[in-house]
Design a protein around this ligand. Sequence first.
Ligand SMILES: [Zn+2]
Length: 390
Amino acid sequence: MSTPSSRDILAQLVAFDTTSRVSNLPLIRYVGDFLSAYGVESRTIPDETGQKANLWATIGPADRSGVILSGHTDTVPVDGQDWASDPFTLDARDGRLYGRGSCDMKGFLACALAAVPGLVARDLARPVHLAFSYDEEVGCVGVVGLLEMLQSENIRPAMCIVGEPTLMQVVTGHKAKRSMRVTVRGRGCHSSLAPQGVNAIDQAARLIVRMQDIAARLAARGGIDRDYDITHSTAHTGIIRGGTALNIVPDICVFDCEFRVLPFEDADALVDELRDYARELEAAMQRIAPEAGIEIDLYAQFPGLDTSPDAPVVTLAKSLTGSNGHSKVAFGTEGGRFDQMLGVPTIICGPGSITQAHKPDEYVEQSQLDACDAFLAQLADWARIGRDWR
Ligand SMILES: [Zn+2]
């Protein structure tokens, strides 16, 4: 059997439309078949609908602690994007491989699979695990089922590498996120009778100004981590909808807002602060209209990641990349969940740049796949020697 290159495998993976809203099972079946062709068993952990699944596989001795290679199988949509080539056909132009998910993050999955024959051929002293998830792009939620399985079976690998695009640089941290949908219900009436109504837009505006006040406070007096481009925690409002006509007092206003919080600060306390203020406003609103109210729905959240620069996983990854620096990134990953739910020291390192992700004409450079292949080949040698990882 000739060994397929990471680029060959990437072409296969890109051809599966795994936009988060659709099933990822055809891709998961492909991966399962690929692995079994090399004698590697895998198991799937389905979601409650049976339409999506995580995949977990172990190469090498399962009774020892090893390293996880983690990545998500889903991608963002191509809706409304203008692509120069078919997003689901890998297209090579000028050293770049174009396709949806090529960078975020099927490129890493392809390199991990391309490494399998080499791992199988070695007599590994420590196992290498593959953890492929779904529904990362909608809040890092799919991987939770996989982590619960590992928790319940007491599988605690020594370290985890999440292959999100970092240009193969070692990344040790990212901020936590809390995404909220705020629904303000007031009482509508003709605007000439405004005092008899409760203007939902006015009350939403107060909450949004409070978000700005919190943002200003975090910037001026909050914690600081100079490894980030934006060194402090942030607050932001992104979408607002309310009102139908100028002569009607609006009875409903809905807005979405978020906190992005340094891992050592309390993200939930910020959400509580907004909730407390909403309760205050609500009391005043209900004196005029008892049916009025404010709902804050925390619809997405993930924990931050802050791995010590001295952790063995950082030292190992630096030795595999051959570069001594590390940094922290603005985007979230599943790494925070591996750290929080399993206590597995985790870093982020993968091919491609996040600036090439999510856009039309998403691409990964062939040289990035080559660098990731080399990284994983060295990891395989290292797992064969099996130095003590604890
Ligand atoms: Zn991603």
